[in-house]
Design a binder for this molecule. Structure first.
Ligand SMILES: C[S@@+](CC[C@H](N)C(=O)[O-])C[C@H]1O[C@@H](n2cnc3c(N)ncnc32)[C@H](O)[C@@H]1O
Length: 339
């Protein structure tokens, strides 16, 4: 391993350690707001649940503080959970003790760029927002494929990047939300703790990870999700979904997001893949090719866009939300963005 790599991976672990101090307090993501998490994350959580194999052995890659390893352990699984960041692993161990799961989860500090995994051992391996940080991806995927039992599953939910159009929609929506929804509380404190440094491996494999998974596994299903909504909800403090009007607005944004992805008008920013160990082939064959997603024309969806226009108008014209005329200017802006 080069000195350069050693230094970068040290910075990576340090970065995630600093993030740990802030995520829940100074700048919590939408996933720390339980109501939003269940509203926006519904499909994602259903996908992750595929990694739960009651009574089996599981592996959680880049486990962070262990939220998903705990889910598997709750399903009576024996789980190995690895992460590069010592602080996070310590936090995860503490959580497991508090939840009575310490005997079910084996947390270890491991660099997954270089890890060796046991052969034919796991019933499921989970990667949630994980392997897009792994630079040595082919090595890790080879190890994961070898570690799966015959009928085991590899469950992946990963960031592949928000499309330009998705970002534009999020920006437009954020710009027209009342200020309270946009304020970054504690920004100064957050910057002080986290500093300006980014994770050196952020999205290092995002662009190649789907193709790499197709090369190393038999893919059972693949879909994308989250066209733009996580970027709108990223500052989740004021999304109090016990307020019915706020819930109505949040629900509409989530529905619009799902509709855009479902109709392949926009690609999602995350990919959800269910894969298996590749089966031995009788004769050598070409590896399966990725299905290309055909972009579609927004114009073909006049009826649905009209529905969203009316709903946005209805929800936002309530006294609590005076968004000016933005939403009532038909959805010309949306059509323009999607062209
Ligand atoms: C976005 S967080 C996701 C954590 C967790 N999977 C979750 O969804 O809550 C990414 C995690 O990857 C870990 N990580 C980054 N590079 C790693 C590596 N080379 N080996 C192991 N873990 C790594 C980080 O420490 C961090 O906890």
């Amino acid at each position: 391993m080069s000195d350069d790599y050693e230094e970068k991976i040290r910075q990576e672990a340090e970065y995630w350690g600093r993030m740990s101090q802030t995520e829940r307090t100074l700048r919590p993501g939408w996933f720390n707001n339980p109501d939003l998490y269940h509203l926006l994350g519904k499909e994602m959580l259903e996908h992750i649940a595929l990694a739960c194999r009651p009574g089996g052995r599981g592996l959680d890659l880049c486990c962070g503080i262990g939220a998903y390893a705990e889910r598997m352990a709750h399903e009576n699984m024996q789980v190995d959970a690895y992460d590069i960041c010592e602080e996070r692993i310590e936090q995860a161990r503490q959580r497991a003790r508090e939840r009575g799961l310490a005997n079910c989860i084996n947390y270890q500090v491991v660099d997954l760029n270089h890890a060796r995994l046991p052969q034919n051992y796991y019933d499921s391996v989970l990667s949630h927002d994980a392997i897009h940080h792994i630079a040595n991806l082919d090595h890790l995927l080879e190890q994961v494929a070898g570690s799966l039992k015959e009928e085991a599953v590899f469950v992946v939910h990963e960031v592949i990047g928000t499309s330009q159009k998705g970002r534009e929609i999020a920006d437009r929506l954020l710009a027209c939300l009342p200020e309270a929804f946009r304020i970054v509380r504690h920004q100064e404190e957050f910057s002080r703790v986290v500093g300006n440094r980014k994770s050196p491996f952020e999205e290092v494999s995002s662009k190649v990870l789907v193709d790499s998974i197709y090369r190393h596994f038999e893919v059972v299903s693949e879909k994308t999700m989250f066209a733009f909504a996580p970027q709108v909800f990223v500052l989740q403090y004021n999304w109090d979904l016990s307020n019915p009007q706020t819930r109505a607005l949040a629900t509409l944004i989530v529905e619009l997001d799902r509709w855009l992805v479902k109709n392949k008008i926009l690609r999602g920013s995350s990919v959800a893949i269910l894969a298996r160990k590749p089966r031995p082939q009788a004769s050598p064959q070409e590896p399966p090719r990725r299905r290309e997603q055909e972009p579609r024309e927004i114009e073909k969806y006049r009826e649905e866009t009209e529905y969203y226009r009316q709903e946005l108008e209805r929800v936002t014209s309530s006294t609590a939300y005076r968004f000016g005329t933005f939403f009532s200017k038909k959805i010309a802006w949306l059509k323009r963005l999607l062209r």
